[in-house]
Ligand binder design. Structure first.
Ligand code: ASP
Length: 592
């Protein structure tokens, strides 16, 4: 027998019992005649004690144990003389009578503790060691439970889990596809799904009514802390439902998950239109844990001879509360430089300090009288002790920049409480986005999203400008500034879907070749339907107040898309290429 108990289990009640534990050596200490070894498994850490006076051979053996050796120890549970209140097993220790080394270990390249000294690539290369650390163990256990609870909730309300294929044809979600060559079909390729979008819609046509799947999706995009080339979604679709019924269902799921996992009762989720989110926060995923909302100052500040403002399309500001005294000119200069970095690209920052003594100091004091500046303060809700921060330029760009500034000030001023969760639905997104460069419309969500009912007629008959103003029945679930999920009511009418493909620049032939199966299905009684997908990795991270999804994925890829442990991607030999018709010679021979 390897163990009678695990390393997190023993308490004062067990004192006097003979037990067997197995695990990894976290660390060992020699104190005169006594040797202490911390033995670790995924349940916790238990202290083993060896006494030189009582058993010299055994204690010498214990002294030779290195970090991460795997051992089995048998002994008696006894009360500790110096207790460790920070550890669940901290009241007891094991007086070891027998020690067996099950496996030795090389010295690990980084410390296997709560905090490690290992850099990211090193930790990924030795993922099996990193996975032994407490934070990763807890993250993956959290993830496992989150999946269980998701399945519980959704199946309780009638959803059926259905698997959809991974070797498919491109499903456009706005990223590049990963492609897989087909040996049996020379010169032809599968695409890995960017999402199961078309399949879940086909399942609705197939009568399944309520579908879900916890599913891998693949997108060949540049990576960031919250993006991986393969990631997991909770993917869902429903038939015969209105938008609000869909939102209610998934608000229910989200509230249930927060309650089960964190014992947190979420408030009802407010709905905010895309336009309102952009006006108030300059972002379609606003962090609503704090205020500092935008004030449009365009009309207020023009016409006083300050050329930069006078020539700007849009001027807006935020009010940073209570920092007039603590923020020096040097801090403001540094903030301006932060805004001028190419990632943000501001030309400059205009500010007005509302000093506690009633005076106002502004970078543009030359052009604006005290009364003018008082009017600014009034408009922006500023009071003594606050600083007004204004940016200007082309509207969309300025909104984006001011959003960055707002978030940065939120971070600097500690306004983003990690214990607070502020969910909301952002609704009524634009249907189409005009891309100047390619001179084409792109689907803001994806090509299967329905326009709002009241916009359907305009979509079928309207001109180019009309198309820009169409609203979609699309929605995002946002929590603390992170897009947790997104979805839409779908088009279920063949003509409307054809029109949408047409607007997106697909010829009839292209649409038929790529999505003929869906258009075909729509001719056989497609029910009205809609759905959503949650980013499962992100949901895990946000619920744990973290930005990066990497430590919620057992085997993630680094920012270059590499798996450092198995060293993928990697070259394949010529024979394999030949077999897949990927060498030029073979493609020519096959006539494809
Ligand atoms: N397929 C969509 C996505 O991956 C979600 C949806 O519309 O249900 O974002």
């Amino acid at each position: 027998m390897y163990r009678s108990h695990n390393c997190g289990e023993l308490r004062m009640d067990h004192v006097g019992q003979t037990v067997t534990l197995s695990g990894w050596v976290q660390k060992s200490r020699d104190l005169g005649g006594l040797t202490f070894v911390d033995l670790r498994d995924r349940y916790g850490i238990t202290q083993l004690v060896f006494n030189m006076d009582e058993n010299q051979v055994l204690t010498e053996k214990a002294r030779k144990l290195g970090r991460e050796f795997v051992v089995r120890a048998e002994g008696q549970v006894r009360e500790r003389s110096s207790k460790n209140a920070n550890r669940a097993t901290g009241n007891i220790e094991i007086d070891v009578k027998d020690l067996q080394i099950l496996n030795a270990s090389k010295t690990p390249p980084f410390t296997i503790e709560e905090d490690t000294d290992g850099g990211e690539d090193l930790r990924m290369k030795y993922r099996y060691l990193d996975l032994r650390r407490g934070p990763l163990q807890r993250n993956l256990m959290f993830r496992s439970k989150l999946a269980v609870e998701t399945r519980k909730y959704l199946s309780d309300v009638g959803f059926i889990e259905v698997e959809t294929p991974n070797l498919i044809k491109s499903t456009p979600e706005g990223a590049r596809d990963f492609v897989v060559p087909s040996r049996m079909n020379p010169g032809e390729f599968y695409a890995l799904p960017q999402s199961p979008q078309t399949f879940k819609q086909i399942l609705m046509v197939g009568g399944f009514d309520k579908y879900f799947q916890i599913v891998k999706c693949f997108r060949d995009e540049d990576l960031r802390a919250d993006r991986q080339p393969e990631f997991t979604q909770i993917d869902c679709e429903m038939s015969f439902v209105t938008r609000d019924q869909i939102l209610d269902t998934f608000e229910g799921l989200t509230k249930y998950l927060f309650k089960q996992m964190l014992d947190t009762e979420l408030p009802d989720f407010p709905k905010m239109s895309y336009d309102e989110a952009m006006e108030r926060y300059g972002s379609d995923k606003p962090d609503t844990r704090f205020g500092m909302e935008f004030t449009d100052m365009t009309e207020t500040v023009k016409g006083k001879g300050f050329g930069v403002f006078d020539s700007a399309e849009f001027i807006a500001g935020i009010c940073a509360e209570g920092i007039a005294e603590s923020y020096s000119n040097k801090d403001l200069k540094q903030l301006t430089e932060w805004l001028q970095r190419p990632q943000i690209g501001c030309k400059g920052l205009v500010y007005a300090k509302l000093n506690n003594d009633g005076t106002i100091k502004s970078t543009v004091g030359k052009f604006y009288s005290d009364d003018d500046l008082k009017l600014w303060a009034e408009k922006m809700g500023g009071k003594s002790g606050d600083i007004l921060l204004l940016l200007c330029g082309e509207k969309e760009k300025t909104q984006k920049q001011l959003n960055e500034l707002r978030l940065e000030m939120g971070r600097r001023l500690g306004l983003m409480d990690p214990k607070v969760f502020n969910p909301l639905w952002v609704v009524d997104f634009p249907l189409l986005e005009w891309d100047e460069e390619s001179e084409r419309f792109h689907a803001m969500h994806h090509p299967f999203t329905s326009p709002k009912t009241e916009d359907i007629d305009r979509m079928m008959t309207g001109d180019h400008e009309t198309m820009k103003a169409l609203r979609a029945d699309a929605y995002d679930l946002v929590i603390n500034g992170v897009e947790i999920g997104g979805g839409s009511v779908r088009i279920h009418d063949r003509d409307l879907q054809s029109k949408n493909f047409d607007l997106l620049g697909f010829t009839k032939e292209e649409a038929e070749a790529q999505f003929g199966f869906l258009l075909g299905a729509f001719e056989y009684g497609a029910p009205p339907h809609g759905g959503i997908a949650f980013g499962f990795d992100r949901l895990n991270a946000v619920m744990n107040g973290q930005n990066s999804i990497r430590d919620f994925i057992a085997f993630p890829k680094n920012t270059s898309g590499r798996d450092m442990m198995i060293d993928a991607p990697s070259p394949v030999d010529n024979e394999q290429l030949d077999e897949l018709y990927l060498s030029l010679q073979e493609i020519e021979k096959s006539g494809a």
